[in-house]
Design a protein around this ligand. Structure first.
Ligand SMILES: C[S@@+](CC[C@H](N)C(=O)[O-])C[C@H]1O[C@@H](n2cnc3c(N)ncnc32)[C@H](O)[C@@H]1O
Length: 288
């Protein structure tokens, strides 16, 4: 049985009351209970929010992303994130700080943030990773770090209102109302999204016509209390991808579903591929 890192901020997804850990079960005062899985995570996804039997990224997608990320191909993205977190987060002695990765996938970015920025050694820092995919969360527990891993949805985060200092959302599902609900006043969000030319070489191979779309406008953010305080772009060329890595990249991105048969065939025949990675980071502040 793997250890579960409990968070003081978890709430019941059914009635939003605080959860307390009793042995290997989280319980709310009304008697709803959620068992800790043997891998050391908890499932707090309300059934009514489960739009399919197996929501979120599939086991195959998670495994492909895990191999790709573990090969270090996106490490510059993780490095930039870690740098931004250091700049945005003020850590002072004994002040509790909570960081939430919303849509954490298999946990690469949060785990690397924890280890590279030495966050796990600081007792006042609480780290939470939430993803709707149980495969993602199960994979994340393999990092064996003191991080609370939760199967849950960004569209109803099972976290106490006004308890989070920083949300990171890496290629995930940005939910302004819910992020605003759980952030402390002055809290920040770091969003990372694909830039116009992200993976352009692959897109040119698999699509007849490449749509060059800028990052989506952040509509209506002021109404829920957010201000965009910074936007910056990171561009780099990952090491040459081998055949298996090209395949993994296709599986871990929406391109697998979007590309037609011929497009996928062309990508599958590639022995190697040189790529441009382009990521836009946007930082938002929540004023309440
Ligand atoms: C493109 S992946 C990014 C994963 C990870 N952040 C990364 O960059 O490696 C998007 C993730 O969002 C998750 N997801 C989809 N809908 C979600 C929701 N409503 N709430 C939380 N996670 C969700 C998927 O399961 C998937 O792991």
């Amino acid at each position: 049985m793997a250890k579960f890192t409990s968070s003081a901020h978890l709430i019941c997804p059914l009635d939003q009351q605080s959860l307390t850990l009793e042995e290997r079960t989280l319980k709310c005062p009304s008697g709803h209970s959620f068992d800790i899985a043997k891998q050391g995570y908890v499932n707090l996804l309300p059934v009514q929010k489960k739009k399919s039997k197996d929501p979120g990224d599939s086991k195959e997608m998670i495994q492909a992303r895990q191999r790709f990320l573990q090969a270090g191909l996106y490490q510059p993205i993780s490095d930039r994130l870690n740098q931004l977190v250091s700049q945005q987060l003020t850590l002072s002695d004994n002040e509790p700080v909570t960081i939430l990765d919303a849509g954490c996938g298999e946990g690469y970015y949060l785990s690397r943030l924890a280890t590279e920025n030495n966050l796990t050694e600081q007792e006042q820092i609480e780290l939470l990773g939430v993803d709707i995919s149980k495969w993602g969360v199960q994979a994340a527990t393999r990092y064996q770090l003191p991080i609370t891993w939760i199967v849950g949805t960004n569209a109803q985060l099972p976290v106490e209102p006004a308890s989070v200092d920083l949300i990171i959302c890496m290629f995930g599902f940005w939910q302004p109302e819910w992020f605003a609900k759980v952030l402390k006043p002055g809290g920040k969000v770091i969003l990372a999204e694909p830039g116009v030319d992200h993976l352009i070489e692959l897109r040119e191979i698999i699509y007849k016509e490449v749509h060059r779309k800028d990052v989506p406008e952040l509509k209506g953010i002021e109404e829920v209390g957010f201000t965009l305080i910074d936007q910056q772009q990171l561009e780099f060329r990952p090491a040459t991808l081998n055949k298996e890595q090209v395949q993994d990249l296709l599986v871990m991105t929406p391109h697998l579903y979007r590309a037609n048969y011929e497009g996928k065939q062309s990508a599958q025949q590639l022995e190697q591929l040189n790529l441009t990675a382009q990521v836009v980071f946007r930082i938002l502040e929540f004023k309440a």
